[in-house]
Design a protein around this ligand. Structure first.
Ligand SMILES: [Zn+2]
Length: 235
């Protein structure tokens, strides 16, 4: 029995487990992803409402500025009305006053509508704000739970790395290099068990001659994928 192949297989198993932990470390768990989505969308919605209020307020200030200009103008025309000298001037002054009053009325209506619109959006924002503390607490809790579960995973990953180092320390330098060469080329799987006379990684049949070598305990590469083949004990 070739101890080297046994060790390589053990090393492969450790690296496979390590890859699993690292995959888990890189993925947001669904329990956190759910609240994370809710949190992000609440923040986006609040930012959207705030931006809307900002735009409307700016427009409202513009309308109010124009309103105050028009009110000044109206006062001026009303003053002029006192100084008219004939019927023609009187009619002309009244025409100006009439048009300006209409404009003032429009601006007042517009300002009123804007205030109403701002109130509606402000109310939505207030409701969001009221619910925000609770949402933040739930978000923080889920985040902490995720991080603490990562702590366990990180611990496992570190233990697996140490285990791999220990096994590698017992391997001949050339064998270790060979393992890592195939490991790198073959998506993290350097050693493939034999199942039903085939390579379990690429399904290539194993010729009887290679099968004999394997049974002797030789280091044999799959002819299909060049991975190191491992014949499990008792098979
Ligand atoms: Zn293969």
């Amino acid at each position: 029995m070739n101890q080297d192949v046994e060790k390589l297989w053990e090393l492969q198993s450790v690296y496979t487990q390590l890859a699993d932990r690292e995959r888990q470390l890189s993925v947001k768990p669904e329990s956190f992803a759910v609240i994370d989505r809710e949190w992000q969308s609440a923040n986006e919605e609040m930012a959207r409402l705030e931006a809307q209020i900002e735009v409307l307020s700016k427009e409202r200030r513009r309308v109010e500025g124009e309103l105050s200009d028009q009110q000044e103008l109206l006062k001026k025309y009303q003053g002029q009305l006192m100084q008219v000298k004939n019927q023609q001037q009187y009619a002309a002054a009244w025409k100006e006053i009439d048009a300006t009053r209409k404009h003032v009325k429009e601006l007042e209506d517009s300002a009123l509508k804007q205030m109403g619109d701002i109130d509606v959006i402000q109310k939505q924002l207030d409701d969001r704000n009221a619910a925000h503390a609770d949402l933040k607490a739930r978000y923080d809790e889920a985040y902490a739970a995720w991080q603490s579960s990562l702590g366990d995973l990180r611990g496992e990953a570190n233990a697996l790395k140490k285990k791999a180092e220990k096994i590698e320390a017992t391997l001949a330098e050339g064998l270790k290099r060979e393992f890592h060469r195939v490991f790198k080329q073959r998506q993290g799987i350097a050693v493939a068990p034999v199942a039903a006379e085939s390579c379990s990684a690429c399904r290539s049949r194993i010729r009887p001659a290679l099968s004999q070598q394997l049974k002797r305990g030789d280091l044999v590469h799959c002819e299909g994928c060049h991975r190191i083949l491992y014949l499990e004990k008792g098979t």
